[in-house]
Every structure is written in C-alpha cells, then in structure tokens.
Design a protein around this ligand. Structure first.
Ligand code: NDP
Length: 244
C-alpha cells in the first residue's frame, strides 16, 4: 500500500521538487498551495499521468481550520499521513526597525504556527500507530542569523527549536522529527535579490554554485527513509558549505 505524504507549499520551488521526489519514491502526495493553483494542479496531474497519486489542496498554513481540512481531504483520498513535510515559507528583506509588526507576526504565523497546526493535525494518528516522520524546512539563516531578515531568521530558528524539542518528546513513540536547513537555493524566493547579490552569494558558497530545489528534496527523502530510523532531532544543512 502506498504511504501518504503531505507537503505544505508544494506548488513551487523546493516544495515542488519535494513532491516530485516523494511521488517517485511511491508516496501518494497531498500538494498544499496557497495562491499558485495552476502550478499545484499541473504538478498533481503530472504525477498522476506517471502512474502516481497526488491531490492539490488549497490552504493557508497559518489558518488552523483550513490547513486541517486540507490534510483531512488528503487523508480521505489516500489514507492517514505517514510523512509530513512543513515547507511553506515566505521571505522578507528589510531592516529590523522598518519591519512592520504585521510582517513580524506573519513570519511566525506561516513558519511556526503553520508547523504547529499541521503537526497537531497528523499527530493523533501517528501516536496511535507509534510511527511517523516529520521534516520541517528551516534555513541556514535560522541557524546563523541574518541581517535584514530578522523576523525570517527568528521564525526559522523557532522551527529548529520546535524540531529538536518535539523530537525528544516523540522519540519514545517512534515518531521522528528532523529539519532541513537549505542554503541559497535557486527558486522564486531568491530570484528578486538581483544578479549581483546572487553572484556574491554564489561566491560565498564553497561548492561554487547555488543550490537546486532537488538538492533539498533528496535530503528530505533521505530523512524520511525507514533506514534513517535512528536519526531524529537533527538539522541537516544543504548549503554547499555556506555556513561552515
Ligand atoms: P518559493 O517562494 O519558491 O515557494 C514558496 C512556497 O510556499 C509556495 O509553494 C507557496 O505557495 C507556499 N506558501 C507560502 N505561504 C504559504 C501559506 N501561508 N500557506 C501555504 N503555502 C504557502 O520558496 P522556496 O521554494 O524557495 O522555499 C521553500 C521553503 O524553503 C521555505 O520555507 C523557505 O523559507 C525555505 N528556504 C528557502 C531558501 C532559498 O534559498 N530558496 C533558503 C532557505 C530556506 P503558493 O505559491 O501557492 O502561494
């Protein structure tokens, strides 16, 4: 029987690569999106055409009722979620003193509250089964900090704290919780930074290139593997050596 995965922010960028990777590994995938309906539906259709199973489900991860309903819709189609990937995210670029309070709250609503809502929705079944896997996407900025992205970095650091603490709490129930912290990955999120900034970020990356969404997707798939059974509470950086 196919296992079920639910990927938040699966419509574009890193999330889309994660959806493709998990589908290729045989998961039936709930593809959550917020605005990019066409991309999410196209992705789900592409997977179904290849013989896989996927369902595009719209919800704002910060809205508990909406994201819980999206998870339930996925479960009604494919069965309870075995693997949850909290990938949905938004970026910022402003000085701390210019950061509107609403933006500060939105960062935490999407990154921290979003993870809280999705995990709470899938956990009862995982606890009942004494099995399950959760992978949260943080960022190297959540580990190291970043100027002009204080709210982003702080909310991504919260994701790391959540990951480690919850991993300790859930390990006796055989539920693993890990985190992937990407470096600079070529997606829409960074495309607005401009060529000069991207070239400078590439220069600072020992591997000499920007990351690809697939680099992160492979790391998520690795952490989800059954033979990664003894790995929990970890933050796996996928950054070409950026923060070494
Ligand atoms: P993109 O901007 O390319 O994609 C973001 C995705 O998140 C989209 O699918 C978007 O959906 C979804 N999303 C945003 N807000 C919400 C919400 N409230 N509810 C549901 N879905 C939402 O970003 P990336 O692919 O680059 O980033 C993916 C993750 O990786 C994020 O958590 C990001 O912080 C993290 N990351 C990215 C890095 C990078 O360099 N790219 C570096 C480090 C971390 P839709 O389009 O449908 O609205």
């Amino acid at each position: 029987m196919k296992k079920t995965a639910f990927v938040t922010g699966g419509s574009r960028g890193i999330g889309r690569a994660i959806v493709r990777e998990l589908a290729s590994e045989g998961y039936a995938v709930g593809v959550n999106y917020l605005k990019a309906e066409r991309q999410a539906e196209t992705l789900a259709a592409e997977i179904r055409e290849r013989g896989g199973a996927a369902l595009a489900v719209r919800a704002d991860v910060s809205d508990r009722e909406a994201i819980t309903a999206a998870i339930r819709e996925t479960e009604a189609a494919f069965g309870p979620v075995d693997l949850l990937v909290n990938n949905a995210g938004i970026a910022q670029n402003d000085l701390f003193q210019d950061t509107p309070e609403e933006l500060w709250r939105r960062m935490f609503a999407v990154h921290a509250d979003g993870d809280f809502h999705t995990i709470r929705a899938v956990l009862p079944h995982m606890l009942h089964e004494k099995a399950g896997c959760i992978v949260n996407i943080s960022s190297i900025w959540g580990l190291r900090g970043a100027a002009c992205e204080v709210a982003y970095a702080a909310s991504k650091a919260a994701v790391i704290g959540l990951t480690r603490s919850l991993a300790m709490e859930l390990a006796p129930s055989h539920i693993r919780v890990n985190c992937v912290a990407p470096g600079v990955i070529a997606t829409d999120m960074v495309s607005g930074l401009g060529e000069e900034t991207l070239a400078s970020l590439m220069d600072q990356t020992p591997a000499g290139r920007l990351g690809r969404p697939e680099d992160v997707a492979k790391a998520v798939a690795f952490l989800a593997r059954e033979d990664a059974d003894f790995i929990t509470g970890q933050v796996l950086t996928v950054d070409g050596g950026f923060i070494l």
